[in-house]
Write a protein that binds this ligand. Sequence first.
Ligand code: NDP
Length: 246
Amino acid sequence: NLTLSNKVAFVQGGSRGIGAAIVKRLVREGATVAFTYVSSPDKAQALVTEVEAKGGRALAIQADSSDTPALQQAIRIAAETFGRLDILVNNAGVLAMGPVEEFKLEDLDRTLAVNVRSVFVATQEAVRFMGEGGRIITIGSTNADRMPFAGGAVYAMSKSAIVGLTKGLSRDLGPRGITVNNVQPGPVDTDMNPANGDFAEALKGLMALPRYGKDEEIASFVAYLAGPEAGYITGASLTIDGGFSA
Ligand code: NDP
């Protein structure tokens, strides 16, 4: 018996990296998954093809998470196409680094729009369709707790905002039997943070386990939180970071 049979999930930002791994894992657990993308239509289509080849169901929708009507419409399309909505995963995220003296205010606004505002907007729209047992999971970052370099203030702020948003939303939605949680990864090998990139050695030096995480390791944790066994976990920020913050 699959843990997510008959469940419908919506993943913001599913075409690459951690989001694509989450799409694949939720499908493997039996869910039907709609996901959004912006600049990677080929990767999004390839992911749908891969899911369908394995007998699963996925739908790719182009929608920028900072475009409120587009994001709301994507969630409605998913719920109407598949008849229900059980799981929302807020994975879309951007990383802009730079010293405070030079940091562009457009990058500040973009970071807050994609990493924070879209989480609230998507939650507000998704809960119109969700019933008892619903799940809202956001991909935050261990940088909410530890930002050991200069230049990451805005990113850290955006991920810290998710800690408070998760706590508050869990109070709003608990009476409806919907859980709200924040998964905080450490360094994971993706386009955003390649394991062979300039930062990699410095990051590994800060970790209890001196290696990058795999996107599948984050997806596995998300699948657990989305499943029936995690029904008593809510309002929590749960770190999966190889001991980066230890
Ligand atoms: P990537 O940059 O590798 O992939 C980002 C994904 O999000 C892509 O599918 C991209 O789609 C999508 N996306 C980006 N911006 C938007 C947007 N405005 N609207 C909709 N979709 C969007 O990132 P990761 O997989 O590394 O990161 C995923 C999440 O995990 C982010 O929230 C990130 O902050 C967080 N995280 C990552 C860590 C890491 O070390 N990698 C560590 C801790 C947290 P497309 O290509 O189609 O535009």
